[in-house]
Design a protein around this ligand. Structure first.
Ligand SMILES: *[C@@H]1O[C@H](CO)[C@@H](O)[C@H](O)[C@H]1NC(C)=O
Ligand SMILES: *[C@@H]1O[C@H](CO)[C@@H](O)[C@H](O)[C@H]1NC(C)=O
Ligand SMILES: *[C@@H]1O[C@H](CO)[C@@H](O)[C@H](O)[C@H]1NC(C)=O
Ligand SMILES: *[C@@H]1O[C@H](CO)[C@@H](O)[C@H](O)[C@H]1NC(C)=O
Length: 507
């Protein structure tokens, strides 16, 4: 639930540098950094300049002078003259896919290269981008005057709220947008035209999740007023979205080597065979992170259960009276755990709960979870993927034996989803993103393993009275992410409570 960082923004700026003419740069958030920061100074080759050769290629004679062409400004500037190489290829397409390129890029991590990616994936993708159209950003003909291509790049910074720049923006030949580019309701401030939409699959999907309730319900798709039909093909279609998906495939060897480490009877059960509480009645508390727990004074009650399940940003310090201190199980995906550490760090979630008697429940939502789990048991750094280099002990502590880790069965998760939380979202654009929330998976896990279950901090009918999380300092409304169906979960908890199957804390 981490908010998307804007790597595409700077890429778009670079792309836009390929436009001769006015570059209207509209603020971006300060966290964004320049990728590969000016690593190489290159000599400019003005005669091969990217857009100059482009202008020549398409013999459009409609003349409109460019008042401030940026290539001239670059040439005049001592420092930037050395930095810019306007002839460097901006786009990758099939024609550039040579054995040398493969050899070079396979050494580099994404987004700079293809380390860990299969040749077949790259080749089959690039073979689909193998026409001269894929080589250029702008259409060879029927576009605006090649003498002066004017581009606006629209970031998503708050400075645009109330700016009334919409008409100005739309007056450019091409408008670049990115990530959570909400247009509806902000037409006067940000315009309506979109010629290019820039993203990584990650930032796009995070934007759809994080900004859905702020109006970003779909990626721009070419139907907007003023968008040029010839660019439709460049805007992502659903097929492109899915084929551009997760390149960290679930390798059989990764799964097998992970599971071979979870091969004792300890891993088969959530609870220890002996030495635990009375097996006659295992009482479990599952503690979600809902704002209803703020001021609840349920800490002692919670700790009185045999086992306490917590998840994601489970802040304890400072909230002992409300949420207790005992943690028997901590449930997460690597993604939700790391996002919680980032998003809630300044609210007190500075480390994942650790402790001798604590067990970790991995939800295997992607290959990241298998890789982290295997590395944790082996006591090594994560060897590949987005978490490459992470040292699991920084999350789970020094003591890391196989018995400390539990892994939810993927078939259990599908069973839960199909039987209990079959959301209508499954049949929408968000179908691939949808899964029960971490809290729901933990609560249903407890319902399938404990004899009695109490649920604290889960969504209730009057959720609007409470903050999103109990540990927030000022009240924040509950966020409904597009990848979960919290209203459906609320009904399920209410019904299970009414049926006497669980006890739901309500106020
Ligand atoms: C692109 O097309 C050319 C010519 O048709 C072909 O030789 C080349 O292998 C193709 N490239 C890719 C990556 O498929
Ligand atoms: C946006 O601008 C309006 C009117 O100027 C203001 O009321 C509102 O608080 C602003 N929103 C944000 C998020 O700054
Ligand atoms: C688990 O152990 C059994 C018996 O020692 C063995 O046959 C099996 O292959 C192991 N499973 C994995 C996934 O390594
Ligand atoms: C938490 O509860 C306290 C005291 O009841 C209240 O002052 C505060 O506003 C609440 N915090 C949030 C985020 O709702």
């Amino acid at each position: 639930m981490r908010s998307p960082r804007g790597q595409p923004f700077w890429l778009l700026l670079l792309l836009a540098a390929a436009c001769a003419g006015i570059l209207l740069v509209l603020y971006s958030s300060p966290v964004e950094r320049f990728p590969g920061s000016q690593s190489r100074a290159r000599d400019i080759q003005p005669h091969q300049a990217f857009f100059q050769s482009k202008a020549r290629r398409s013999g459009n004679t409609k003349s409109r002078p460019c008042p401030h062409p940026l290539d001239l400004a670059i040439l005049r500037h001592q420092r930037f003259r050395k930095l810019f190489d306007l002839s460097t290829p901006v786009l990758l397409w099939g024609g550039l896919f040579t054995p040398e390129l493969w050899d070079n890029l396979r050494q580099q991590k994404g987004p700079y290269g293809w380390q860990g990616l299969s040749h077949q994936t790259i080749a089959s993708t690039l073979s689909l981008l193998n026409s001269s159209e894929n080589e250029r950003l702008f259409a060879a003909s029927a576009g605006p005057s090649p003498d002066c291509i004017r581009c606006a790049v629209v970031g998503n910074g708050g400075i645009l709220n109330g700016s009334r720049q919409g008409l100005q923006i739309d007056a450019h030949d091409y408008v670049f947008r990115l990530n959570g580019a909400v247009i509806k309701g902000f037409e006067q401030d940000v315009g309506t035209k979109t010629s290019f939409y820039g993203f990584t699959v990650n930032t796009m999907k995070n934007s759809l999740i994080s900004y859905q309730n702020l109006g970003f319900t779909s990626v721009p798709q070419g139907q907007q007023v003023g968008s040029r039909p010839e660019f439709k093909s460049r805007l992502p279609t659903p097929e492109l979205i899915s084929s551009g998906g997760d390149h960290h495939v679930m390798a059989r060897s990764t799964i097998a080597s992970t599971l071979s480490l979870l091969n004792s009877s300890e891993n088969e059960r959530l609870f220890a065979a002996s030495g635990g509480p009375s097996p006659d009645c295992i009482r479990c508390a599952v503690v979600g992170n809902g704002g209803i727990l703020n001021g609840s004074r349920q800490g002692l009650q919670i700790d009185a259960h045999d086992y306490v399940f917590r998840l994601n940003g489970a802040v304890i310090k400072g909230f002992e009276q409300d949420v207790g201190t005992k943690t028997s199980f901590y449930g997460f995906t690597v993604n939700t755990m790391k996002n919680s550490l980032i998003s809630y760090q300044n609210l007190g979630f500075t480390s994942v709960p650790q402790g001798q008697d604590l067990r970790y429940i991995f939800i295997p939502s992607s290959i990241r979870d298998y890789l982290m789990l295997r590395s944790a048991i082996l006591g090594v750094s994560v060897p590949e993927g987005p978490d490459k280099g992470d040292r699991p002990r920084t999350y789970f502590g020094p003591e890391a034996s196989a018995s400390k880790f539990k892994l939810l069965h993927p078939e259990f998760i599908s069973y839960l989803t199909k039987r209990f939380l079959k959301s209508k979202l499954i049949n929408t654009n968000f179908g691939d993103l949808y899964m029960p929330s971490t809290g729901a998976l933990m609560l249903l896990t407890a319902l399938h393993t404990c004899d009695q279950v109490s649920a604290y901090g889960f969504i209730t009918k009057n959720y609007q009275k409470y903050s999103d999380h109990y540990f927030e300092r000022v009240k924040k409304p509950l966020i409904f992410y597009a990848n979960h169906d919290l209203p459906l979960e609320a009904v399920l908890w209410r019904d299970l409570h009414k049926a006497g199957i669980l006890w739901l804390y309500q106020r």
